[in-house]
Design a protein around this ligand. Sequence first.
Ligand code: ZN
Length: 625
Amino acid sequence: MPVIKASSLRDLKLRVNIHDVVARTVALKKAGGNRFKGLCPFHAEKTPSFHVSTDKGFYKCFGCGKAGDILTFVMETEGLQFTEAAETLAKRFGVELEFEAGSGGPTREERSLRQEIFDIHDLAADFYRQAFLAATTHGAWIRDYWVKNRKFTLELADEFKIGFAPVEDRALADALIKKHFTDDALRQCGLFFVRDGAAITAATLRPRFRGRLMIPIRDHQNRVVAFTARQLELTPQDDPAREAKYVNSPETPIFTKSNLLFNLDRARSHATDGHPFVLVEGQLDALRCWSVGLKTAIAPQGTSITDGQLLLLRRYHPQVECFFDSDSAGQKAALRFLPMALKAGLEVRFLMLAGAEKLDPDLLFLERGLDAYAVVKKQSLGAMEFAVRSLLPNPLTAGAEQKARTAQALFEIVAQAESDVARSGFVSEIAQLLRIPPAALERDFRAVLARQAGAARYAPPTAESSATVAPRISADAHTRGVEEHLLYLCLHHEPLLLAMAAQLPHDWIDTSTLAGRLLDRVLAEAQHNGWPGREHLDQLLETQEEKALAATLLFEPPGDEDLVKFANDGIRALQRRHHEPRLRQIELEIASQGTNGDPHLFSLLKQRAEIIRQLQNPPRLQVAS
Ligand code: ZN
């Protein structure tokens, strides 16, 4: 796939006015300054809440939250991939694009660490692919395994760039070292084990994957970001993970397991009304579905499914069919998936095969092709039917107490659903399935909700809510969260960003939130690669949510407040959130210690004094003016 030069993309964005791009689809009216507004093309509305800022090159809908730049606008409204969108815009506005040549890519200095790791994965995917195709004994063996054992075609292997990691080989390390990647990139790319402190050479880079079938994992932009490696007879005995059937790449600067679904890059353009996503357990199941023509199959990354993955899915299409193995592990996973799916606002059904001994999607489609899909679809169960069947297989013969217990368990699941309408629909469905009078069930469900609401109100303060006792940062600082506020300040004031990158300890940032992750990434980029300027922010934004967040923050320029003071207040809040739990724990231990003079007590007092000293002397940013 051709890669457009970063400088060329920059040029495109500078030369094309976002007003002209959006105005083809949306009737825009002037809204003061460099802003325009119109009716949002992404959600139905009667009063305009879709804003376009021509000086920043961003759009943002205050109704549905969609936001982005000229490229995302064309991608979303015209259903194009990134490169296609860029090419379309270039053609439409008469701008010439420049592409990376095979050899003369950007110089080493121009590449960020993340870009280097993307490049390494590209090269590695080619390397494994060549080993799969090689005219060697092992090459012949792996192709034979793919066709005879896995029963896939070589065309499919080609389409998904299936590869083979050689058993004993330094060739990949050699090739990468010749390409002059930085030590940092080679150390952090996840393809090698490197001893701590060892210098990087072809000899110290020990391949993580040896003698395994290699399945490239792509992100939503179709870039290879990781691999899943399947064990083979050829997997050597001294592989530290010899017994693991599947080994995945570790998390790296370009790969977060919980944000990725296998095959989503392709499946998303096939998912439409009547063609829901089909969630299967493994990558090979998803490949089987694809090979018989079921193109909407996706799989999690080896680990169990996360909320983040489901929200990602929801963005593309709200309907999902869950198709897990009929063994007990598969069914348990399906039941765990259900409340998460409801919480994400997904409409979910469970594909079933009545009377089957054991149902395995891979085997079923292999034996019966796409026809089998119609059969399992016909026998599929809705969310509540599935839940009732799992929890109480024989509702007709069950006693009243058993039914009441089941209802309680179902309430926990239903309470996760995002809308009231959905919830009451589920409750009346449960009444029918369990043959309980609906009014009584509805009453019990209200009681559960009321109890949950009460529990939430009186919940002890968590790390999150303790941020609210921190110094007041600004009116919206705590609805926003400290990380988001700091990110906002960083994006509007570069000297602050540089000061924070140098002085804010990385482990104070809560990276479980979107803003936290982005703040962490922006600061790390500034610290390790030098901040390239806000106009390059794009390169750091990986998901639509991140783009939306950045656009929202960029849309609200700060007034003439004292930004440095706000930043220091925010940092102080992070520091307290980081230290206070430990301080409380120490205080408790001190209180429960008996005698004076105990060496442990002495050490606790010392630790307490040190934390208090740090809290009394919070970091003050040294901001260049
Ligand atoms: Zn909207």
